[in-house]
Write a protein that binds this ligand. Structure first.
Ligand SMILES: C[S@@+](CC[C@H](N)C(=O)[O-])C[C@H]1O[C@@H](n2cnc3c(N)ncnc32)[C@H](O)[C@@H]1O
Length: 215
């Protein structure tokens, strides 16, 4: 089958626990997968924030608990993570989270106009081997897609714990004109995700990139 983007995630099935499987029965109530669905979902909210690759969903869940006036759209490929986030949604009675299942780039590619106030990406898959660098999600093509999806003066926050990936993100930022760097971000000092905690434990530094759309 023709696939427009080289997978930026590891293609494995992953183990799904009984409780995740149970939570996944509710997925259809929260799943969203088109421009029109996002437009209608965001009507009642002040801002719309997209988190790409939410992993276990602990970060997006916490943001949604603390900011009930904002709509959070979480994107993830792994069903186990989606099941986990659905558990959080039920536990905290969250009505401000929607889930995009699968490769977010397919949806971004389909957007008719900008939709998001902020986009957050924490610890994108690092693909550390040189021969796999082409699978890294953050590159110029991706910046084009993201830029088109963010509202004027909206924000993009990325953080990685891989030095080499951070260097390539720097290069992408420097060669792309549509964003300017800002002094910090509200997403920088939020609590650590699972991958950030692991990085700290293993002594790796976290490199944050806070950007604002300028043109
Ligand atoms: C290294 S994990 C980080 C998870 C979480 N943000 C954290 O910090 O704990 C990267 C996540 O991004 C997801 N991912 C990678 N490419 C993606 C894509 N194109 N669309 C949506 N999610 C993607 C992967 O499935 C994976 O769960």
């Amino acid at each position: 089958m023709y696939y427009k983007f080289l997978p930026s995630f590891v293609q494995r099935k992953g183990r799904i626990t009984k409780s995740q499987e149970y939570n996944l029965l509710q997925l259809s109530k929260f799943e969203i997968n088109s421009y029109d669905q996002i437009v209608s979902a965001k009507e009642d909210f002040k801002k719309v924030i997209l988190e790409i690759g939410f992993g276990n969903g602990e970060h997006i869940s916490r943001l949604a608990q603390e900011n009930r006036q904002h709509l959070y759209i979480g994107s993830e490929v792994y069903m186990s993570g989606i099941g986990q986030l659905l558990g959080e949604i039920a536990k905290y009675n969250l009505n401000n989270i929607k889930i995009v299942k699968g490769d977010i780039r397919l949806l971004l590619d389909d957007l008719k106009s900008p939709l998001f106030d902020d986009v957050v990406i924490i610890c994108p898959d690092p693909w550390p081997k040189l021969k796999h660098h082409k699978r890294r999600m953050i590159n110029l093509d991706f910046f084009e897609l993201i830029h088109k999806s963010i509202n004027p003066n909206g924000h993009l926050f990325i953080s990685t714990d891989w030095k080499n990936y951070a260097e390539s993100i720097e290069e992408t930022i420097d060669s792309f004109e549509g964003f300017k760097r800002t002094n910090g971000s509200i997403y920088e000092d939020t609590f650590l995700t699972k991958f950030q905690q692991r990085a700290k434990k293993e002594g790796r530094k976290i490199y944050p990139f806070a950007l604002e759309k300028v043109s």
